[in-house]
Design a protein around this ligand. Structure first.
Ligand code: SF4
Length: 689
């Protein structure tokens, strides 16, 4: 009854914004969100949250929410019933598959939806349609870190927990801005640094808040992290400061690795990176002196042509110094979205089945195929980038995209728009009529996290349950129900009554998740994978063995891939990243009044030196031009950036200032992650003030 609906309720959920994975109670009355109340029981955050988790929820009740399926009619959309929309989708998918084969269809899953929904999306692609053409947005961010870790230590995730980061003797942050992008995690580091004598080294182009706090802040030339990492590792070995017992007992490939380090002398590194030899030695000494080293990295490292190689170099440094498999040490790629870890873990990748079982492994295909009652496709699938190219070639005819703002998040937006316009049949499932949905033929209204049950996996591999806080708005539905309806219209006979049924199936086919069960995740309880059948979590990876077949780690040979360089035409290096108040391109946070009030528009940061040289003042309107497009944006003069470095946040309030109009086609060579951080532009002043 209406009376009951108006009762005040308190429901536990997990934050939908970043990969830290804060959990808290949400107090509601009807659809009104009264407050967010953190709990001492929350395993990650306790009583802390950041501004997004606390005040970022207005978007759930935004009048812009999609509440009905939409079908394209000329240049606009008309409302449709679910049956009409789903029948159209199933019919079109069937037609494309019959005419052009399964691989003419592609699937893009989401780091915002639950593990269970990701699992179903890849099952739809593989078991119902018969293609491995499935990917998620980790292609835009952490795939290079995954590659570097898989090659060296064998699993794609943080090697320890956030508590290990707080426990480390030395934290090194490379190309990451956790105070804004992972606020509650950064708070842990700040506290350990202030109260417990933890040392902090920050290596970044931009002097952000953590850089201000650091014991040592180093600004290398763009794209040269691999070189200083390799040089200090070589120096450590030359000085005999490496952990030879650890290497002997646990690591393969030491000699070949040392051989590959030969070019990376201090002199060479000084010349390439711009970091003085004295500072490089100081960096090596800090590592030597520390009891436990944790290295945190993110997009500054990964979004480069050599992002995978640099990620491997980080892992190599940790291996050589014995900083794996013990508390307070290890590798921590900081996951961006709340569930980008889970999206990968549950198999929405073109070459991985759920639980990091290779598509190319015939045994794995056979095992999973037996459970799913089909023969699984053997041909590796296309990633996001390859799918776009295949659209342009006319080979990929249909695309089903869930919860991704691909048109503005992928690099080189003009190119992406051209590809999406060419697509024959495009289904977009989202909570808003996103900018990407403008290209769609059918738009399906989905539910945000507060309107459904399921689990998310945070950056430290921790699986946590969310409980339904609100009923779906209008005719919107949780993504797992929508995917199931499409699958069943295509001949599947899925009967999942609740996300727990989906997790039970995933746990039965992926040893990594063997003991994950909803009853073990009740309330604020959580599990950290790998989870043994008896429910035991593994907070610390590699205690006794690494995840390769022989139990040993493998050093990856040093291989620096030089970045793109500026030229006379495009003379400024354009860096880009997040702001505390906004999440990524802003499709949710721009709908939250409390957040847009704080940061209403995008701006470009330029250095006092550059401002003086070009006579530009704060607030000037400028045009930034790259070979791929241009934007117009206001200037903020700040010493957070220096010299010819400029910084454009990626929350796209207005399309004129979208950073990806400027980024180009260069990608990480091993994973195809766009090299967003290798962008050069020139600047023209429109109005000085
Ligand atoms: Fe949410 Fe991340 Fe902020 Fe925690 S730190 S409240 S997970 S956005």
């Amino acid at each position: 009854s209406a009376m009951r609906e108006q009762r005040i309720r308190k429901t536990k959920t997990v934050c939908t914004f970043c990969g830290v994975g804060c959990s808290f109670d949400v107090w509601t009355k009807g659809r009104d969100i009264l407050k967010v109340e953190p709990s001492m029981d929350a395993p990650v955050n306790g009583i802390s949250t950041c501004v997004k988790g606390k005040f970022g929820w207005d978007f759930v009740n935004s009048t812009e929410r999609l509440t009905k399926p939409l079908i394209r009619q000329g240049d606009s959309f008309r409302e449709a019933t679910w049956d009409e929309a789903l029948d159209l989708i199933a019919g079109k998918f069937r037609e494309i598959r019959n005419e052009s084969g399964s691989d003419a269809l592609g699937f893009i899953s989401s780091s915002k939806v639950t593990n269970e929904e990701n699992y179903l999306m890849q099952k739809l692609a593989r078991a119902v349609i018969g293609t491995n053409n499935i990917d998620n947005c980790s292609r835009y961010c952490q795939s290079p870190a995954t590659d570097g870790l898989l090659r060296t230590v064998g699993l794609a995730g943080d090697s320890g927990t956030i508590a290990d980061i707080a426990r480390a003797g030395l934290v090194i942050i490379v190309g990451a801005n956790p105070a804004e992008a992972h606020p509650v995690l950064a708070t842990r580091v700040k506290r350990a640094h202030k109260l417990h004598g933890q040392k902090l080294m920050v290596v970044d182009l931009r002097r952000h808040e953590m850089a201000d706090r650091a014991d040592l802040f180093v600004r290398p030339n763009p794209g040269t992290d691999h070189v200083w990492l390799s040089a200090i590792t070589r120096y450590i070995i030359d000085q005999g400061w490496h952990d030879d017992v650890f290497i002997r007992d646990r690591v393969d490939g030491f000699e070949a690795y040392v051989e590959s380090l030969r070019p990376y002398t201090l002199e060479y590194a000084e010349q390439v990176t711009g970091i003085s030899a004295t500072t490089l030695v100081r960096m090596a000494e800090m590592i030597r002196e520390a009891d436990g080293v944790a290295i945190l990295w993110a997009m500054g490292v990964t979004q480069q042509r050599g992002g995978s190689e640099t990620s491997a170099a980080i892992s190599d440094l940790l291996l050589v110094t014995g900083n794996y498999g013990r508390p307070g040490a290890g590798a921590f790629p900081l996951r961006g979205h709340n569930n980008v870890q889970g999206a990968c873990d549950f198999g929405t990748l073109p070459n991985w089945l759920p639980g990091y079982q290779l598509v190319s492994d015939a045994g794995a295909r056979q095992r999973l195929g037996a459970v799913w009652g089909v023969e699984l496709p053997e041909r590796p699938g296309m990633d996001n980038q390859a799918m776009l190219d295949a659209i342009v070639r006319g080979e990929l005819r249909g695309l089903y995209l869930m919860g991704e703002e691909m048109a503005w998040v992928d690099a080189n937006a003009n190119h992406v728009h051209a590809a999406l316009s060419q697509l024959e049949f495009f289904v977009v499932q989202d909570i808003f009529l996103s900018k990407t949905a403008q290209f769609a033929d059918v738009v399906l209204p989905a539910s945000p996290s507060l309107e459904k049950e399921g689990t998310f996996t945070n950056t430290e591999r921790r699986v946590q349950r969310l409980y339904q806080v609100l009923p779906p708005l209008g005719d919107a539905k949780p993504d797992w129900k929508i995917i199931m309806e499409i699958a069943n219209r295509l001949g599947a006979d899925w009967k999942y009554a609740h996300p727990s049924d989906i997790m039970a199936e995933a746990a039965s086919i992926a040893p990594l998740f063997a003991g994950i069960q909803y009853d073990r995740l009740e309330g604020y309880r959580s599990q950290i994978w790998p989870v043994a059948a008896d429910g035991t979590s593994t907070p610390l990876l590699y205690k006794d063995r690494f995840a390769h077949a022989n139990g040993r780690a493998k050093l990856a040979r040093a291989n620096w891939i030089a970045p793109e360089q500026p030229d006379t035409m495009y003379d400024l290096h354009l860096n880009n990243g997040r702001l505390l108040e906004h999440f990524h391109e802003g499709n949710m946070t721009n709908q939250s009044a409390g957040l847009t009030h704080k940061v209403p528009d995008t701006f470009v940061e330029i250095s006092p030196e550059l401002a003086a040289e070009r006579s530009i003042e704060d607030g000037a309107l400028v045009r930034l031009i790259s070979p791929h497009g241009q934007v117009e944006v206001r200037v903020m003069v700040t010493d957070r950036v220096h010299g010819k470095e400029i910084y454009l946040p990626m929350n796209t309030v207005s399309e004129q200032s979208a950073v990806n109009l400027l980024t180009g086609p260069v990608v990480d060579l091993r994973t195809h992650t766009p090299a967003y951080k290798e962008t050069y532009v020139r600047l023209e002043v429109i109005h000085r003030r």
